[in-house]
Design a protein around this ligand. Sequence first.
Ligand code: SME
Length: 159
Amino acid sequence: MSEKQGTPLISQLLATWIEGESSQSYAVTNYANAAAILFQNMSVLNWVGFYLFDDVNNVMSLGPFLGKPAVALISPDNGVVGKAFSSQQTIVVEDVHQFPGHIVCDTDSNSEIVIPITTTDGRQIGVLDIDSPELNRFSRQDQADLEDFVRTLLPYITA
Ligand code: SME
């Protein structure tokens, strides 16, 4: 992805789309278009979506996504999703088959990145989860760009 004025192109695309659609206060709408923007603009992906934290039941539930139907509920201790959420750290998995506790949703997936979504005042919203059929698909630059993408999305899912 190329950059303009320090902001990754994919983040600019997201903000421009949401502002253009005047959907700033519609969280589900913005999650859905965010998943579609990633799926359309990043190469070699087979699944893009969100898991959202339910603090009443202490579970992550499947949110808007593109790809094959996926596991609906994940405990914050389980899988790459749960581990990224509970550690509040992005996890890049070069080979999902080597990751202890990885939860298989699509047998085509070989690598994965999961990015926590947390407000600046510490409210833990959930994660962005992306799978690829290619081993070691996600670079450090992708990680930085996707973390910026999540920061760009935040005001549009918490408004
Ligand atoms: N692989 C994830 C589960 C979700 S699917 O990739 C969509 C995990 O291990 O948490």
